[in-house]
Ligand binder design. Structure first.
Ligand code: CO
Length: 458
């Protein structure tokens, strides 16, 4: 037996959520996801990430597909596999904080519709924004996974990540995720970080990384060697580059080392063949380039952020200013307390950096930037620029309480406004108020069409 000595490593296949999000802009429809899910069901994987992140938004906004039905049907297709979602702390699946009562309703509905594992993160890594979700998840007896966002900055060290993990463990999470959303973690850091986490906390450690810089598989292997308990990966047709390390090669290699994954390689290969067919149906949503791109090792700006930035600048006819904006991004990050670049902070930092370059530094302070400076989103990893903060506070005091304390309960009013609707339907209105009317109108139209077709068929 190899160095794995029979130790178990749990595999979470994340093709259906982050895989689809990273390669084809989350556009895969439920009927196609189900074809992959049916194959994944018997592969022996421990978990599958299927929901949350951008899926709820894209279902409502573009696909006009019931997000709740998606969770239910995928769970039914893979009953023996833990179904995981990514939840943005108090932001749920949107871009700003919701009051506690909406958070609790959302978690209960997600659990009811088949979510077993909630991976909870906050863009500022302020654990007070994890608090209510963790509490709600524990109340419904599901698995709360607290995520620490991995980022590189002068104020982030192994110790700061470990201290966040300890705080999350104190809040009662069942497991800790290292969320390396940009694929920046190198094998040595992965080894050191997991080693330190294993010493500091008692709960299992779960690594999520991308392969943007080509380091994904090396980092996964070093993390496993350091004792990492759970790994995220995707089926081969979705792997690599902006995607993730590959499930089949990971399973094959870990087994060769003597670790146990419980996975059946032949079955995984069948699932991968299905995934290959499905990806080819969505080529119109492919990014022009989704392979390995090592510029990030120098700029530390995630690939997704770069592609959004160039698309925006193209629209504004300002693509020639991109290098200046790339230089400005770390300055803005420093002014905003070295926040990680993840939804929604990546968008906030990039917009402000763009304003600074095109219009002059802080000639305009965007609303979201101002909210970050006042403390409305929570505590930043380092203090924000005091001068800028004074400018937006205009004599007021910064916010120091848990941000959601400032929000009034919304549920009683929502129930009044939408009588007769299920909690699931009300939540769609609450979370995406602008898109919901169009969504419900489109759903109604779909149902009428379906009824007409079946009446004709009868
Ligand atoms: Co990711």
């Amino acid at each position: 037996m190899g160095s794995g000595e029979g130790r178990e490593v749990k595999i979470f296949d994340i093709t259906l959520r982050d895989g689809s999000q990273s390669k084809v802009a989350t556009r895969i429809r439920l009927e196609d996801l189900l074809k992959i899910a049916e194959k994944l069901a018997s592969t022996g994987i421990y978990g599958a990430e299927t929901w949350g992140g951008a899926t709820f938004d894209v279902c409502v906004r573009f696909l006009r597909e019931d997000p709740w039905g998606r969770a239910r049907k995928l769970k039914a297709a893979m009953p023996g596999i833990k179904q995981m979602m990514l939840i943005r702390g108090q932001n749920l699946v949107a871009y700003s904080n919701f009051p506690d009562d909406v958070v609790v309703k959302f978690v209960r509905a997600a659990a009811r519709n088949g979510i077993d594992v909630f991976r909870i993160f906050d863009a500022l890594d302020d654990v007070r924004n994890h608090y209510m979700v963790i509490k709600a998840v524990k109340e419904v007896d599901k698995i709360a996974e607290g995520a620490v966002c991995y980022t590189i900055s002068p104020v982030h060290t192994i110790e700061t990540f470990v201290s966040k993990a300890r705080q999350l463990e104190d809040m009662g999470v069942h497991q800790i995720a290292i969320k390396d959303m940009a694929g920046l973690i190198d094998p040595q850091t992965a080894f050191e970080l997991v080693t330190s986490l294993k010493k500091a906390v008692d709960v299992p450690i779960h690594l999520h990384t991308h392969d943007n810089c080509g380091m994904g598989m090396m980092s996964v292997l070093k993390a496993v060697e350091a004792g990492c308990d759970m790994i995220d990966s995707v089926l081969s047709p979705f792997s690599g580059g902006t995607g993730h390390p590959c499930t089949e090669s990971l399973v094959f290699s870990l087994e060769r080392f003597g670790y146990r994954t419980g996975c059946d390689l032949a079955k995984l290969t069948e699932a991968a063949e299905e995934a290959k067919k499905i990806r080819s149906l969505y080529t119109e949503f492919e990014a022009p380039y989704s392979g390995v791109d090592c510029r990030m090792l120098v700029t530390q700006i995630p690939g997704g952020v770069m592609s959004n930035l160039s698309a925006q600048l193209k629209q504004q006819n300002a693509l020639d200013r991109i290098d200046e904006i790339i230089d400005e991004i770390p300055r803005v990050r420093e002014d905003l307390g070295w926040i990680p670049l993840v939804t929604p902070t990546s968008q906030i930092v990039v917009s402000q950096a763009t304003f600074n370059v095109l219009l002059g530094r802080y000639k305009i302070i965007a609303n979201h930037t101002a909210n970050l400076l006042t403390g409305m989103y929570g505590d930043t990893p380092a203090p924000v620029n005091k001068e800028l903060q004074q400018r937006v506070l205009k004599g007021q005091k910064p916010i120091t309480v848990r941000p959601a304390e400032l929000l009034q309960p919304m549920w009683p009013e929502l129930e009044k406004k939408f009588p007769g609707l299920s909690d699931e339907e009300i939540l769609i209105h609450a979370i995406f108020p602008h898109e919901a009317p169009g969504y419900f109108a489109a759903r109604k139209e779909q149902e009428t069409k379906k009824a007409q077709t079946s009446a004709r068929g009868a």
